[in-house]
Design a binder for this molecule. Structure first.
Ligand code: AMP
Ligand code: MG
Length: 395
């Protein structure tokens, strides 16, 4: 049997980072910067007021209270400014440019709020409530480095330095297809022998959660021909494909039957539980990676976490590796087959304990849904006592 690590290594050696595109800001959320972004101007671009109040000369506030004539009113966006002479005040709003001559802003709360004259009750030091040009960013300074994932704040600074477009690696487009003659769309009625298709929802959601775009392409029964047609339809718009089911040792294994003859997809046994049967390879002229995951719901989800997620990270231009683990103390006994790495479902608590879920079968989706962690039991361990330290992957 192939080890989990060897299978992941082969996947990571095959998938490539997606080529960068010049994306509009509206399309850039969740993409990975492929250039350093710098600011053409200092930020803030000009000295401005940090508060609503009065721009004054600090030296005019030696005797308090001081009553000064208000010679002008400047709002944010004002361009024509009168200089503040000795003994003058200018009413000023947050973000408005600081008039020449002024060296302090007195917050409105320290005054009577007057518009003709203002009485100032508290002293403001020179520089008070003034935001200096370049205080955040110098002209030419890099604000984001290539390789940064663009979240809301990163999108904000890209817009804040005046950029309309940015070079970034896009979110991978991932098509999810489930197989199985027994599958019915949720919402439909079950006939004897049927179950509702859950994998395509789980996997599409998992794709989206890790920063790629998931498209659910429905279920194709157990017909290899229908699967090949469906793949053909979606291949042009996919950066990766995930299938579920049809990869084990049974008689109706449409994914294996359809893809084995192509010679570019391998079906193997990986030394893990759940999720032993795995298929991986590439399809079409563009060598689109395909992950043929086992059909049991827990198996396909665990396979996604171990193999697909790191691959999608790599496609996004991020380091792709095994999921990070934390150490916890198991509250129950753990069992694992010799020679296979187990990923048992568990609930990780704030006190650092992890309790194995009731129901460790690879079909027990409810147990997975009640868990927030996978407990890793190494290949050479068959039993772990309660109270022992274990590594867990947070979900
Ligand atoms: P397979 O890998 O196709 O042999 O499927 C293994 C088990 O997973 C069977 O019990 C299937 O009914 C179940 N299964 C396969 N696909 C799905 C799916 N999309 N949603 C829920 N269960 C599934
Ligand atoms: Mg099946």
């Amino acid at each position: 049997m192939k080890s989990v690590d060897a299978h992941l290594a082969e996947i990571l050696a095959t998938v490539r980072p997606l080529a960068p595109l010049e994306l509009e800001l509206e399309q850039a959320l969740g993409t990975t910067l492929a250039e350093d972004v710098s600011s053409p101007v200092p930020l803030p671009p000009f000295d401005n007021s940090a508060m609503d109040g009065y721009a004054v000369r600090a030296e005019d506030l030696t005797d308090l209270p001081a009553t000064l004539p208000v010679i002008d009113d400047v709002a944010a966006g004002s361009v024509e400014l009168r200089a503040v002479g000795p003994g003058h005040a200018v009413r000023i709003m947050t973000g408005a440019p600081l008039p020449a001559g002024a060296d302090a802003v007195v917050p409105v709360e320290w005054t009577d709020g007057g518009t003709v004259t203002v009485r100032i009750d508290r002293r403001a030091e020179a520089g008070n409530a003034i935001r200096r040009a370049g205080e955040d960013v110098q002209a030419g300074e890099v604000v984001l480095k290539a390789g940064t994932v663009i979240g809301p704040a990163q999108l904000g600074i890209i817009a804040g330095v005046g950029r309309r477009r940015v070079w970034a690696r896009p979110r991978p487009r991932v098509v999810v297809i489930s197989t199985g003659a027994e599958l019915v769309e949720p919402g439909g009625t079950l006939q004897p022998g049927q179950i509702w298709d859950s994998n395509s929802y789980t996997l599409t959601a998992a794709v989206r959660e890790v920063g790629a775009d998931g498209f659910r392409a429905g279920s194709v029964g157990d017909d290899p021909g229908v699967l090949l047609d469906r793949l053909d339809t979606h291949l042009v718009r996919a950066d990766a494909i995930i299938t579920s089911g049809g990869v084990s040792m049974g008689a109706y294994e449409p994914v294996k039957e359809a893809l084995s003859p192509l010679g570019t997809v391998r079906f193997e046994k990986v030394a893990m539980q759940p999720g032993m049967p795995q298929g991986f390879g590439v399809l079409g002229d563009d060598q689109v990676p395909i992950f043929a995951l086992p059909g049991n719901p827990v198996s396909s989800f665990v396979s996604f976490m171990l193999f697909v997620r790191p691959a999608l990270d790599k496609m996004r231009g991020l380091p792709g590796g095994m999921p990070e683990t934390v150490t916890a103390v198991t509250t129950g006994v753990l069992r694992s087959p010799f020679g296979r790495r187990s990923y048992l479902r568990g609930v990780l608590a704030a006190d650092g304990t992890v309790s194995p879920a009731h129901g460790q079968g690879s079909h027990q989706l409810a147990a997975l849904a009640s868990a927030n962690a996978l407990i890793v039991v190494p290949e050479d361990v068959t039993e772990v006592e309660a109270g022992a330290s274990v590594e867990v992957v947070r979900l």
